[in-house]
Ligand binder design. Structure first.
Ligand SMILES: [Zn+2]
Length: 215
């Protein structure tokens, strides 16, 4: 299955960000994009985590590529995105990787859970196990709510831990695709901490939203 994705990815060989045809020896994205992708040095404080890092900023060609990844039937982009997240983490002391799950309805509609694929590819690059730990309960769509207070109220209690024994006393790397206000990541981390996780580190593919906080 992965092999098929890779074939799709490289034939025809187009930059996954700007769509330019790649030259021989270029893989997945073009030198222009490699040198000009927006903002790579972000770490944002997110409650209940040791902070959240991201290799990219959610704007321009990055935003376009992520929208294609999520909604345009390009799950194979995860093969490229996962290692980008892993590279950002450096020496991470996490013992396992998990993700912020989408609802089962949404996964069914899309055919895949984009955060799960990112987590799997990130884990592979870090040589860590990737474990399903969270399940999403039904809630109205978070993206319909623009302000932070409404999102936080809506997200409270949104997740439950499916295998507490995998979580207890472990340092967990929690992956999502985008961090906007941090409310979703924070709630998922709180759920893991409540189940006994020793520590939760956050990482997403791209930071969105208002605050620039490089700490
Ligand atoms: Zn490009």
């Amino acid at each position: 299955m992965i092999r098929d994705w890779l074939l799709d990815l490289f034939f025809p060989p187009k930059c996954i960000f700007c769509g330019r045809l790649l030259r021989e020896g270029e893989r997945a994205y073009c030198p222009d994009c490699r040198d000009n992708l927006p903002e790579r040095d972000w770490k944002r404080p997110v409650r209940h985590t040791g902070g959240c890092v991201a290799p990219l900023r959610y704007e321009g060609v990055v935003r376009d590529a992520i929208l294609r990844y999520k909604f345009g039937g390009r799950p194979h982009y995860a093969v490229v995105f996962g290692p980008m997240i892993a590279a950002k983490l450096g020496d991470c002391s996490a013992e396992l990787v998990t993700w912020v799950p989408v609802s089962r309805g949404r996964k069914f509609g899309r055919g895949y859970d984009q955060a799960q694929l990112l987590a799997e590819e990130t884990a592979k690059a870090l040589h860590l196990p990737c474990v399903r730990t969270l399940q999403k309960r039904y809630r109205p769509k978070q993206s319909r709510m623009r302000d932070r207070a409404a999102r936080q109220a809506n997200i409270a209690g949104a997740f439950r831990v499916v295998n507490p024994e995998a979580v207890r006393d472990r340092h967990i790397l929690l992956i999502d695709d985008i961090c906007t206000t941090g409310a979703t990541l924070s709630e998922a981390a709180l759920t893991l901490r409540t189940a006994g996780a020793a520590e939760v580190s956050g990482a997403v593919l791209a930071m969105a939203g208002e605050t620039r906080n490089s700490r």
